[in-house]
Ligand binder design. Structure first.
Ligand code: UTP
Length: 292
């Protein structure tokens, strides 16, 4: 059994890159075929042995709370319509994990969102999964990205940042780590820089949506200087943390999709369709017919 028991999933951002859809529907709830992105993420947490989940939500978008709460009326209707299998599918969502909803009143940045979860975490070391980062380990579905990180934490008892290499042209979209030695997969981090310029980037390793952090991150988050619009960044707090503590980067296996970007969303849709027995034939035939 892993030592990490709790995860925070921040889902309270504005999602401005995906307006107007995100006006009423948080990007974390965008369906990837027949399941919202956030459900894939909750399932990744439970497959990683973490069942105590805090989802950070905004009051403006109650749809997340609705999705993960039991809906006995719908279950009843499905039963009456002789849809036993569908009823079980819906019922399972309400009981897949112990989910606590934590409210972020204003979208003041990822670091601020995490700070709202301090009481829920209650002094333990914990994991973070970004609600808009979907990661699928097609080669070994039993070893999702988060499980790889919590296993690394068990060996080091230190904070672990999930990383993968990105093209140089993309470094300024991410938090980039400066590592001591490139001894992938587990590498000690010297520094983290949020959205560096191409010249500033110390490596191509970007932090991609999965973290395990020691509990003292909360004290650094409280010290971070607010950025533009009063936002509190998580990367800045991690950079302060690693001055006094060992922090590692773990190069995880799995394909990562940024559901908050249009291209990332479309890629996830295509890949997941092609990975499913019920859709693979039809969709691959369709793609071939496009003669790109
Ligand atoms: P992003 O920076 O990708 O989300 O945050 P965003 O700000 O909503 O996106 P754009 O740039 O405007 O399109 C990563 C994750 O952190 C959450 C987001 O919901 C997303 O899952 N987040 C971000 C919060 O929960 N609260 C915040 O204040 C900011």
């Amino acid at each position: 059994m892993n030592k990490i028991k709790k995860v925070l999933i921040p889902c309270a951002g504005l999602g401005t890159r995906f307006l107007p859809s995100t006006k009423s529907l948080p990007k974390e709830m965008f369906p990837i075929i027949d399941k919202p992105n956030l459900q894939y993420i909750v399932e990744e947490a439970t497959k990683s042995g973490i069942n105590d989940i805090g989802i950070i939500v905004s009051e403006a978008k109650p749809i997340i709370v609705n999705h993960f709460s039991r809906d006995e009326k719908l279950e009843d209707l499905l039963l009456k319509a002789n849809k036993q299998k569908e009823k079980e599918l819906i019922e399972a969502i309400g009981s897949m994990a112990k989910i606590t909803f934590i409210y972020q009143k204003e979208p003041l940045g990822l670091g601020h969102a995490i700070l709202q979860g301090e009481e829920f975490i209650n002094g333990e070391d914990f994991a973070i999964m970004l609600g808009d980062d979907l990661i699928i380990n097609y080669d070994d579905p039993s070893l999702p990205a988060l499980k790889q990180l919590v296993d690394a934490y068990d060996k080091t008892s230190s904070s672990i940042l999930g990383v993968q290499e990105v093209p140089l042209s993309n470094v300024s979209k991410y938090g980039i780590v400066d590592i001591k030695d490139d001894v992938s997969p587990l590498m000690e981090v010297k520094k983290t820089i949020e959205k560096p310029s191409l010249e500033e980037a110390p490596s191509l390793y970007a932090v991609l949506g999965r973290y395990v952090l020691t509990n003292n991150i909360f004290s650094y988050l409280k010290k971070v200087k607010k950025g533009k619009n009063g936002e509190i960044g998580l990367t800045e707090a991690i950079d302060m943390l690693l001055k006094d503590n060992k922090v590692y980067a773990y190069r995880f296996e799995g394909k990562r999709y940024d559901i908050g970007s249009k291209a990332g969303y479309v890629e996830a849709f295509i890949d997941l369709a092609l990975s499913r027995d019920d859709l693979k034939g039809e969709i691959s035939q369709y793609i071939k017919s496009l003669k790109l």
